[in-house]
Design a protein around this ligand. Structure first.
Ligand code: ATP
Ligand code: RIB
Length: 305
């Protein structure tokens, strides 16, 4: 059976990554190691993850009319993504400055540029495309009012809405957004900020997940890094452990997880089974450096799943 269409609306960045022994503290300069430039942005990473893992994927993002934007679009086309809904801005394309330390942790600063120009009207113009998809996957690297509008349109059309509330924005989300969301996938930091509950253990993550369900999200998956993920649905809760791997760079682990999860859902698998597929895919991504460059292909995941 043909997989159902996945629409990703989100950010496109060029990532500039430096490896360093440690992340700098405020005011500190550290001498780093190797530098690399690659493709990134949470929207792009999730769309490419879904495509490489076998999904039928369309991606909508906004880029500037500059070389970074053109290179990104060429890359998306070469990966086979449908980018017919691409949007342009007068601002420069998005850029992310990333530092990765010796334990694979990262810190990221994003210059949003064109990503910050996605508007509510853009989403209204996309309404037929949104309504024609089966799954809509959203993140928070484009303006929140546009995210809410896309989710509202999708909900009204009976589309399954998946929200990865990343990056952690430090403020609460509009209550109506939870009502439109079929599945929300925060990490520990994001769910702690969204609920005010410090989700630093499986039990506290469960309590926080129930809080999001009480706001209207039908299912919640809390990603817990090397501990795995907690799946909280209607009366059910399950901890799916992470795979044991030698992690070198966790950038885009969450993005790979979200893209993979949507592919498995689009193939008709249940949430728990989809989480196992996403866990396998993200375990491969943390063994490689980079964002988009670290995302595995379907055959690689099938070989270990
Ligand atoms: P990031 O922002 O770094 O892209 P995230 O914080 O959104 O990631 P995480 O919770 O760190 O997301 O990771 C998502 C999933 O990736 C985890 O649920 C787990 O399955 C896998 N993962 C992350 N880190 C590791 C690791 N060190 N070893 C194995 N699997 C990992
Ligand atoms: O989730 C990883 C992504 O976050 C990077 O690719 C970077 O562009 C930032 O948006």
């Amino acid at each position: 059976m043909k997989p159902k269409r996945i629409l990703v609306i989100g950010s496109s960045n060029t990532d500039m990554t430096v490896k360093a022994h440690k992340l700098p503290s405020p005011g500190e300069t550290v001498l780093g190691g190797s530098f690399s430039m690659g493709y990134g942005g949470k929207g792009a990473n999730q769309a490419i993850a879904a495509k490489r893992l076998g999904g039928d994927v369309s991606f909508v993002c906004k880029v500037g009319r500059d070389s970074f934007g053109e290179m990104s679009l060429a890359k998306y086309r070469s990966e086979g993504l449908d980018i017919s809904g691409i949007l342009y801005s007068g601002r420069p394309s998005g850029v992310a400055l990333i530092t990765v330390d010796a334990s694979a942790e990262n810190s990221i600063v994003v210059a949003s540029g064109a990503n910050a120009d996605v508007t509510v009207q853009d989403m209204r113009d996309l309404a037929p495309v949104i309504a024609a998809s089966s799954i809509l996957l959203l993140q928070l690297e484009i303006p929140l009012d546009a995210v809410v509008e896309a989710a509202r349109i999708a909900y009204g059309a009976g589309v399954y809405v998946v929200l990865n509330p990343a990056p952690a924005c430090g403020k609460s989300l509009p209550e109506e957004l939870y009502r439109y969301v079929s599945l929300i996938i925060p990490n520990e930091t994001e769910i702690s900020l969204l609920t005010g509950i410090c989700a630093d253990s499986v039990d506290s993550a469960h309590t926080a997940a129930l809080r999001l369900r009480s706001r209207g999200a039908r299912s919640v998956i809390v990603t817990l890094g090397s501990k795995g993920s907690l799946v909280c649905g209607d009366g059910s809760v399950e901890l799916v452990p992470a795979r044991k791997v030698d992690a070198v760079d966790t950038t885009a682990a969450g993005d790979t997880f979200c893209g993979a999860l949507c592919v498995a859902l689009s193939e008709g698998r249940g949430i728990a089974e989809s989480v196992r597929f996403a866990t396998a895919a993200s375990s491969l991504s943390v063994t490689r450096i980079g964002a988009l460059d670290s995302i595995p292909f379907r055959a690689e995941v099938n070989a270990i799943a």
